[in-house]
Design a protein around this ligand. Sequence first.
Ligand code: FNR
Length: 186
Amino acid sequence: MSIYENKQKILAIPGSLREASLMRHLLRTLPQIAPDDMEITIFDLHEIPLYNQDIEDAAGFPPGVQAFRDAVSASDGLIIATSEYNGSVPGVLKNSIDWASRQGLLAKRPVALISGSPGALGATKAQEHLRSIVSHLGMYALPRPAVAIPKLQDKLEDNKITDELTRKFVSQWLEAFQDWIEQLNK
Ligand code: FNR
């Protein structure tokens, strides 16, 4: 039984900009398997410029950054989907986290991490780096289950996870995240 009168609002961030991004496709599958009272909205990072403290000092947050920060503030928790670039998180994702982190906005926010790759390892290294980053910020990262999906392109079709075992793991992970947020709000 959820403690939420309305739906739990989750902001889901794909750590990639490309049109055919596996991370965005993965996030689009989530609403179908999420608990009924969880509402998942995808936030794309296209409008986030490169971080430059001169810009922040002179003019505050650029509009795309402010929109991102407002969406974070309005959410009950974040989901971040990362692919792996050269053994770590993509620069666009780290850059967006840097903007969002200003003035402590991300501290104490629940977050669930997920990763995937076309290769055999599921971007586990990037996910661990991401875990280290969000922990550094004082975010409350769902400790388990951890979900890292190898050969992701073979498991997604028409906004659905076609591989049954993967779908089950991801759905259990969403339920665990819902419980995690509820525990943190007690
Ligand atoms: C990659 N890719 C990759 N994959 C991996 O498993 N480990 C890695 O270290 C890297 N490194 C890497 C660097 C760069 C610059 C690119 C462009 C790609 C492959 C990458 O995971 C793959 O392209 C994903 O599909 C990218 O995520 P999206 O865009 O599909 O969400």
